[in-house]
Design a protein around this ligand. Structure first.
Ligand code: SIN
Ligand code: CO
Length: 375
């Protein structure tokens, strides 16, 4: 993607300008970001999707002061009638199941894959919404059908309305109010208060959300992988204490053993290569709800494209795909990186891969992570 080309998607800013001016800083309303937009999924198909157990969905409804939250999967008759006001159905990870949603997400690939989370879609009846709240992540809210009124403001007081099934800001003081029509889009940095209410029925909004892990979340995942990958060298010296003296307090842990443990842990963490591998594997790990349909074969002369569910990234020395890491260098690394960046590799490029790298692609086709194409 040319990051210096002005885009309607970003209100005629280039990705570079958008990132400098708005990203993580200020909200940005973009009228007709996607002119003539069509919802990536029809209403009835969405209701059907919400019935699947490999799809994360929820229904939030409001009646006066009372809010309810139910989690899917939903049978068709569990979805309220469209004529009933004040409810909304939210379906997470639409990009995993619907190619048109994956294509919409691809328009945002001026941002690192490592930051992307998913595309959520909501369907609301008149007056429906999830209430005033803040999110800890960046989000682009694209109106794809019907109209929604957004009230937006910085959050000075993050206290919540007590005893609610959904997190509702008790004191949102909006500084802006906008009515979004199909094609309009709103970018919100993390922790900006917002409240979107459907105006009329058939209101559908796509949320393109980004990951903002906390240090603890990231450390937990990375440490888990590092631990799993920890291998003892054959000649590793055991703990020794030839200067150990007799003790009258046998319950006390010797300080030397504490130091030994500390050194061991620091040493294990200090391996930059293992850390980089663990991070890449963590970032590309598919959500637990994701399944791949394997069994394909890669024919000679074919190109490849990533399955919509596949996460692929790379760093200087490795290529990561769906929670696995591979060392890569030279021309194979260059081609694998192109596959991660473009999510496809033309037949011409696949033909240049070395034997091992081609075998790897064939394995990934077999696993359903990528698919052979005839272009
Ligand atoms: C919605 O689509 O109704 C909610 C999106 C959000 O506020 O993050
Ligand atoms: Co939100």
């Amino acid at each position: 993607m040319d990051i210096d080309r002005r885009l309607p998607l970003l209100g005629q800013l280039s990705p570079r300008q958008f990132m400098r001016r708005h990203w993580q800083k200020t909200p940005c309303l973009i009228r007709q970001a996607v002119p003539g937009v069509r919802s990536p999924i029809e209403r009835n198909a969405l209701f059907e999707l919400a019935g699947r157990d490999d799809v994360e969905s929820r229904i939030v409804a409001q009646a006066g002061e009372r809010w309810t939250l139910r989690h899917g999967p939903f049978k068709r008759r569990q979805i309220p009638p469209r004529s009933r006001p004040g409810w909304t159905l939210l379906v997470q990870g639409l990009d995993l199941h619907v190619p048109a949603a994956r294509s919409l997400l691809d328009a945002f690939r001026f941002l690192p894959e490592a930051r992307m989370d998913d595309l959520m879609i909501s369907y609301a009846s008149d007056g429906g919404g999830v209430g005033p709240h803040l999110d800890s992540y960046d989000v682009f809210l694209l109106q794809v059908s019907g109209r929604r009124r957004w009230r937006v403001g910085p959050v000075r007081d993050a206290s919540l309305v007590p005893d609610m099934p959904v997190k509702l800001l008790a004191n949102l003081h909006p500084t802006e109010e906008w009515l979004l029509e199909p094609g309009d889009m709103l970018y919100l940095p993390p922790r900006w208060g917002h409240d979107g209410v459907a105006v009329g029925d058939d209101c559908m909004t796509c949320s393109i959300g980004f990951r903002t892990p906390t240090p603890t979340e990231l450390a937990r995942d990375v440490l888990q992988r590092l631990t799993d990958a920890l291998e003892a060298p054959g000649d590793e010296p055991h703990y020794r204490d030839p200067a150990g003296a007799a003790t009258a307090t046998p319950g006390l842990i010797p300080q030397a053993l504490q130091h030994f443990a500390q050194k061991a842990v620091v040493q294990a963490l200090n391996d930059a290569n293992s850390l980089a591998c663990a991070l890449g594997e963590t970032l590309t790990e598919p959500k637990s709800i994701v399944w791949f349909d394997g069994g394909g074969t890669l024919g000679q002369g074919q190109g490849v494209r990533l399955d919509a569910r596949t996460r692929m990234m790379y760093d200087t020395h490795h290529v990561f795909i769906n929670g696995e890491s591979f060392r890569a260098s030279g021309r194979d690394a260059r081609l694998m990186r192109a596959l991660a960046d473009e999510r496809m590799l033309a037949a011409r490029a696949v033909a240049q891969l070395g034997g091992d790298a081609f075998e790897l692609l064939a394995d990934w086709v077999e696993a359903g992570w990528i698919h052979g194409t005839d272009d």
